[in-house]
Ligand binder design. Structure first.
Ligand code: 5AD
Ligand code: SF4
Length: 484
């Protein structure tokens, strides 16, 4: 038998014996991977290593933890350099064009590494892979990529990797949609003391500039019982901070058999014994309920920080963006939140240069920023995404105009952030000590309830604990402090 046929026979036998039920099936493929890793280690006389490069949002970060969980269960060890890795995965983002270009650029470099180590497995996943034109390009121009999968079939990763190992062809499996939620597979958390928890997947909002609804599919909420059980398990593993994740958490519960809103879910989660800090992302202003504000105000363990993307300060632009709120409604919402929770930190996302945005409309955005006085804001240059409604709009704004507006906005945002951050200088606050400071030896980094960070001297055994830190000096968007 030729080598190719033998390999095909191995894969055939593995697939023949695979169980049907999804969790047991994936556990079976993890066992198959384990055997592969053990054999390969004997041949190479060293451990097999993996690295995942994650682009984009918190959802992707959580997905990467799921994939790490499967790889580590199979025996792969983490590597911090692609040069030394046997398995390299890029978990991609496609919200803005430049993220795509970065991935293509890196692929050329990976190809050069693979020529030195032909056994290296190169895999791609994430939102970019949901786009057909991207897949075509990978099929034709990037033949050396071994495995491609999408956002809907991550839970099948072990099975897909087995197929990729035992076939000599590029394996590409991307689903357009799914109604499945498979969450019980192994996960490796990046931090021992904090974790993301998916409460829903997908987005049905179709903001006219945004590609997310096309690549992450329709909204699907997880059952509250499953979410709560996952959180209880995390607490028993030592987690004290959780971040509830969804593209629009305010529409949590739609489509479930049980009748439940996000506010009710949050209230139930806040009552679970053992959680010190609860965060959530992202909240769409159009369906933020009074009930939710009350729940946040009521519980000490829900962080007093609201990320409330505004996108633009002009009602006309907001309508074109399909955001379903006006400038006035947004400002009224901010007032309502601040009236009930006076010291809440507010952050936002803003897009500059949406098609048709006039100078006056941009100035309305600047004015809104001055009125709201955000603690911080993520500012983005509008990026045309093929397939979205805005991509077809006439009157795309020239780059030089957008770039000038962007700089003006950034300057204003940073000035206000700094002024707001200074208000806390001289105070002592409780922080969660997250990690060693990368730049300064002997320094640790802690996070305040409002999501900003402070660097201070301390011993790394304190990582994961909550301590009081005096904020000595404000350095713009972070502080230098002293452990109390
Ligand atoms: N161009 C620029 N920014 C975008 N965002 C989403 N789509 C685009 C786009 N096409 C921004 C929005 C969103 C954040 C996650 O990314 O501000 O809130
Ligand atoms: Fe994109 Fe709008 Fe959905 Fe956010 S709410 S993911 S910006 S479509």
């Amino acid at each position: 038998m030729s080598k190719k046929l033998i390999v095909n026979k191995i894969l055939y036998d593995i697939l023949e014996n695979a169980p049907e039920e999804e969790i047991t099936r994936q556990e079976y493929f993890i066992e198959q991977l384990k055997e592969y890793v053990a054999t390969k280690e004997k041949v190479l006389n060293r451990k097999l290593k993996y690295i995942i490069n994650t682009f984009g949002c918190q959802m992707n970060a959580r997905d990467s933890e799921k994939i790490s969980g499967i790889l580590e269960s199979a025996g792969f060890m983490p590597s911090d350099d692609e040069k030394h890795a046997d398995f390299v995965l890029y978990n991609t983002c496609t919200v803005r064009e430049n993220a795509n270009n970065k991935v293509y650029g890196r692929l050329g470099y990976l190809n050069s590494l693979k020529q030195k180590n032909p056994d290296m497995i190169i895999a791609l996943c994430g939102c970019m892979m949901q786009e057909e034109n991207v897949r075509e390009k990978i099929k034709t121009t990037y033949r050396f990529v071994d495995l491609v999968f999408g956002t809907h079939n991550i839970f099948k990763f072990a099975e897909l990797l087995v197929s990729s190992i035992y076939t000599n062809k590029q394996v590409m499996e991307v689903w357009d949609k799914t109604d499945k939620i498979v969450e019980e597979l192994p996960i490796v958390r990046k931090y021992s003391y904090k974790s993301g928890v998916n409460i829903m997947f997908g987005c049905d909002n179709f903001c006219s500039y945004c590609i997310v609804p096309y690549v992450r599919g329709r909204e699907r909420s997880r059952k509250s019982e499953d979410i709560i059980n996952e959180i209880k398990k995390l607490i028993s593993d030592g987690v004290t901070e959780i971040m509830l994740l969804g593209q629009n958490v305010n529409s949590y519960g739609k489509g479930l058999d049980e009748k439940i809103t996000f506010a009710e879910l949050l209230d139930r989660i806040a009552k679970i014994e053992g959680l010190k800090r609860i965060r959530f992302m992202t909240s769409h202003p159009k369906d933020l309920s009074d009930e939710l504000i009350d729940v946040i105000a009521k519980h000490d363990n829900i962080c007093k920080h609201f990320h409330l993307p505004v996108q633009s300060g002009s009602t006309r632009v907001l309508t074109e963006m399909n955001r379903h709120y006006t400038r006035e409604q947004y400002l009224a919402l901010v007032d309502k939140i601040r009236a009930k929770i006076p010291n809440i930190a507010l952050t936002t996302d803003i897009i500059v240069g949406f098609p048709g945005e006039t100078e006056e409309e941009f100035e309305e955005t600047l004015d809104l920023v001055k009125r709201v006085r955000y603690d911080s804001a993520f500012t983005f240059i509008y990026s045309k995404r093929t397939g979205t409604r805005a991509a077809l709009m006439e009157d795309q704004i020239p780059e030089d105009v957008v770039s000038k507006r962007f700089d003006r906005l950034l300057k204003e945002v940073q000035k206000i952030s700094e002024e707001k951050a200074k208000e806390l200088t001289g105070k002592t606050v409780e922080v969660l000590i997250e990690e060693e400071n990368e730049k300064e030896e002997g320094f640790l980094t802690g996070r305040l309830e409002n999501n900003s960070v402070v660097h201070f001297k301390g011993d790394k055994t304190l990582i994961g604990s909550y301590k009081n830190v005096h904020l000595d000096e404000c350095k713009g968007f972070y502080y230098i402090g002293t452990l109390q």
